[in-house]
Every structure is written in structure tokens, then in C-alpha cells.
Write a protein that binds this ligand. Structure first.
Ligand code: ATP
Ligand code: HMH
Length: 449
């Protein structure tokens, strides 16, 4: 069943915070997102240049238009801009009664005010009493309580104070601005405290964290989750969104709410692509058997490089592709993290050329190199005997060296094949490179036919 969540918030033209972050979050969390726009900001990752708010009547009309048509299962507020808009929103929400998460946005990450000075009092006295959840960060909680917050203990005191003073049922004091190796959020709910924590990320992508976090809680409430369950999921969600942030802009980079669904989707796509390519090898098993070297073959594929971190993001064949009685055979179904050698080679490749996401090692022979030349393949030849001792010592250093050496011969983009002439105790090999495993398999097939 579809649920509807509404964001009552401002527009950030840079797409990092505000309604963009909220709508992406709603989509990623599987609820239908509706919007009541409050203000437009001309903003990017490092500054707010201009802002203009709509009339309170128009904000109300947007909420009512959604309500009268689809109903609203939960909502959140972000930038509200003026005291008049806050009063209007408090009045509508008080009347309609859907669960509301208030992110008491006061200043942008870049430091610009997003609410007028005289509005804070209206927010406290009018909006917080009709809200189900409020999610202040440290400076906001300080402003709402007049307390100084330097520890988890202080955060607990502030959370309880906010509940008692303004009547919001659930108070989440966020730990993004506190010190320590963990980002700890403190929740006050029905007379008890709860802590939700993740490792603190050293990340530049913190623009829109509060927006996406409160939207994720609202999405959970819209789906009918228990509030603590909604907050717990939102915490995992925001961790992923910060970790895989959008590396764009000169200031605080935008968080990436879609990482939550894009990463699992990417892994599935990569797995399926590899499976299809292995099927093609099976169909030509006798031909491929001729290309299997002593160390055996592997075929790997890395997920979208925006999300690839290590060998666990490369899908390959566990136990490699072997020559069994004259037929090439994967020794098992593909798995992530199944190869070390091939995976590190692909990670080195994709680090230099984002299109070089798949590779397969096959047997070396001068005839195959000749055939590649005849087919017009782009070829790089690497002499391992020239590899500096330092490269050999670093974990994964050899692979980086081979790939660096190869791509320096082909002007920075990956060749179709890398010929590795081998060294003492190292079998010479050919690595066939492509955008997808299917492309790699086709390239190998053409070489062998
Ligand atoms: N560096 C970090 N590593 C891990 N989690 C973080 C980090 N920074 C913030 N968080 C988490 O992200 C969520 C949002 O918190 P934060 O304090 O950043 O909100 P905010 O300051 O209101 O954000 P903004 O105003 O930029 O939208 C919280 O759950 C917080 O613990
Ligand atoms: C429009 C808007 N809403 C909220 C924030 C808080 O991050 C921002 N920077 N811009």
C-alpha cells in the first residue's frame, strides 16, 4: 500500500538540502512524497545568496490540496522562514492531526540564517506542541533550552526539557555537532532515554543531513513504524547517505539519500551481468578452455565506481574459472569479495578509467597478441621485471603499478588487453578489459575464434 509523506520546507537550488533531500529520501524509503514549498533559496554548497518566502496562505493551500486528494500519513517541516508561515503550519497540522516531525532548522551549514529571529519563539510555543517528533542539532537544542550542551548527558537533559516545556512527544537531540568517534543521537520518549549511534564519518558530505534524517523519520512514521524503529532506520539511512555523499561543490557536499537503494540495486545488477557473462562462457566452454592459464582464470565486475570501496564491491567467481576435461567451468556461482587478485586489478583500473569495470585474465601466447593486433585492439605491454621494489612491498602495489604502466601507454584510458610478460615465478598473462563482463567475454571470444 502506498503511503503519503509531505515535506513542508524550503528549496535549495543546489539540490543538497531542503525539499530535494526530502523527496529523494521519501523515494528511497518507499513512500510517495508530496511538497508544500515555504521559501526559495538561491543556494549552493557554500552559501545562501538570496531567499524569498511564499505567503502563509499559499503554504496552507499546498498542504490542503494534498490532504483533500490523497490524505497525508506523516509530514516533516524544514526551513519555515517566517513566523507567519510557522503559525499557519501549526494551525493546519493542529487541525489535520497527522504525525509531524519538526526539524527546527535555524541556520544553514554555511552559516546563513533560515528563519527570522522573531520566529524562534513561535516555533517553540505554537509548532512544537503539535509536533510528534522534534530533531534539534546541538546549537538548535541550546537555543530551544538555553542550556549548554557538551556531552550525551547534557543532550539527555535538553531532550527532557524540550518535551516538558513544549510538549513534543519525542525529542531527538542529534549528535552530529558533538565531539567523539561516534555520532550519538539521544532520544527522549515516554519517560525514557534511548541512544542511537553510528561511527562518526570524516566526510565533507554533510549538507542536508538534518533534512534527510528528519524526512527518513517521517517516512517511517508514514509507513506506520513504531517511532523508535523509524528513528533507528533513519540513523542507518543517514550514515549511508553521508558515507556515499555526492562529491560535488566547493563547500559542504550534498548528502546522498538514494545511496540507500542505489547500492543494493547496483550489486544486484552487477551480479546478474556477471552471471549472464558466465553463461556465455559455458556456451563456448571448449573454446574458452584453451585460454585458461596455469593460475586459472577469473572474471570480475565492480559496481558503479561512485559506490565501490574495496574488493567486497567486486563480484567474481569463487575458486576461479577452471579447465575441467577440456571445458571452461566456473567453479561456483559468482559472489562479492570472491577474488582478491582480479578484484584489486579491477579496482586499480576503475580508479583510473571509470569505464574499465570488468576484466578477465587469460593465457599468454604471442599468437593471441598477434590476433589482438589484427583485430585492432588497443594493447598495452607491461614488463614486470621493471617493477620497482617499493611497489612490490605495498599491499596491492604491484597491481597499481601494472595498471598505471599499462594506462600510461594508452593515454589514460584502459586498453582492450594488457599483456603482462611475467617475471621469475610469475606466469605471463593477458588481461582483457571492458565496460561489462559481457563485453569482456565477447572480446575474448573474438580473440579465440
Ligand atoms: N560526520 C558524521 N558521521 C556520522 N553521522 C553524522 C555525522 N554528522 C551528522 N551525523 C548524523 O546525521 C544526522 C543529522 O545530524 P546533524 O547534526 O548533522 O543535523 P543538522 O546539523 O541539523 O544538519 P543540516 O542542518 O546540515 O541539515 C544525525 O543522526 C547525526 O548523528
Ligand atoms: C532550503 C534549506 N533548508 C534546510 C537547510 C538546512 O540544511 C538548507 N541549507 N536549506
Amino acid at each position: 500500500m502506498w503511503r503519503v509523506a509531505i515535506t513542508i520546507a524550503g528549496l535549495d537550488s543546489g539540490g543538497g538540502a531542503g525539499i530535494h533531500a526530502d523527496i529523494k529520501t521519501f523515494a528511497a524509503m518507499g513512500v510517495h512524497g508530496a511538497t508544500a514549498l515555504t521559501c526559495v533559496t538561491a543556494q549552493n554548497t557554500y552559501e545562501v545568496r538570496e531567499a524569498q518566502c511564499l505567503s502563509p496562505q499559499l503554504v496552507r493551500a499546498q498542504i490542503m490540496a494534498v490532504w483533500d486528494d490523497m490524505g497525508i500519513d506523516a509530514g516533516k517541516t524544514g526551513m519555515l522562514g517566517t513566523r507567519e508561515i510557522i503559525e499557519e503550519v501549526a494551525s493546519v497540522v493542529g487541525k489535520l492531526g497527522f504525525p509531524l516531525v519538526v526539524d527546527p532548522v535555524m541556520v544553514a551549514k554555511s552559516g546563513a540564517p533560515l528563519i527570522s529571529e522573531d520566529a524562534v519563539d513561535v516555533l517553540k510555543r505554537r509548532l512544537l506542541p503539535v509536533a510528534k517528533v522534534v530533531t534539534p542539532n546541538k546549537p538548535e537544542a541550546e537555543k530551544l533550552t538555553g542550556m549548554k550542551i557538551a556531552s550525551v548527558n547534557d543532550a539527555e537533559k535538553a531532550a527532557e526539557f524540550i518535551h516538558k516545556e513544549y510538549g513534543t512527544e519525542i525529542v531527538v537531540v542529534k549528535g552530529g555537532h558533538l565531539e567523539g568517534g561516534e555520532a550519538i543521537d539521544v532520544v527522549y520518549y515516554r519517560g525514557s532515554f534511548h541512544k542511537f549511534s553510528t561511527p562518526r564519518l570524516e566526510s565533507r558530505a554533510t549538507h542536508g543531513t538534518g533534512c534527510a534524517f528528519s524526512a527518513a523519520i517521517a517516512a517511517g512514521l508514514a509507513k506506520g513504524l513504531d517511532p523508535l524503529e523509524a528513528i533507528k532506520t533513519a540513523k542507518q539511512f543517514i550514515y549511508t547517505a553521508i558515507k556515499y555523499g555526492v562529491a560535488k561543490g566547493k563547500g559542504h557536499w550534498p548528502v546522498n539519500p538514494t545511496a540507500w537503494v542505489e547500492i543494493p540495486a547496483e550489486r544486484w545488477r552487477a551480479y546478474e551481468e556477471l552471471r549472464a557473462a558466465l553463461e556465455a562462457i559455458r556456451k563456448n566452454a571448449a573454446l574458452f578452455a584453451k585460454a585458461i592459464p596455469e593460475v586459472q582464470s577469473n572474471l570480475g565486475y565492480v559496481i558503479d565506481p561512485r559506490y565501490a570501496v574495496d574488493v567486497n564491491d567486486v563480484v567474481a567467481v569463487p575458486g576461479r574459472i577452471v579447465n575441467y576435461m577440456g571445458e571452461a567451468r566456473p567453479s561456483g556461482p559468482p559472489a562479492f569479495g570472491a577474488s582478491s587478485h582480479t578484484a584489486r586489478k579491477i579496482l586499480a583500473l576503475v580508479g583510473k578509467d571509470p569505464n574499465a569495470r570488468s576484466a578477465m585474465n587469460i593465457k599468454y601466447s604471442p599468437e593471441l597478441v598477434e590476433r589482438a593486433r589484427a583485430l585492432g585492439y588497443k594493447i598495452a605491454v607491461v614488463d614486470r621485471r621493471k617493477e620497482p621494489e617499493e611497489a612490490k612491498k605495498i599491499e596491492g602495489g604491484s597491481m597499481k603499478w601494472v595498471v598505471g604502466e599499462a594506462l600510461s601507454q594508452t593515454g589514460g584510458t584502459a586498453p582492450d588487453i594488457i599483456v603482462d610478460l611475467g617475471d621469475w615465478g610469475k606466469e605471463p598473462q593477458i588481461t582483457v578489459v571492458g565496460r561489462t563482463p559481457t563485453e569482456v567475454v565477447e572480446k575474448v571470444l573474438r580473440l579465440l575464434s
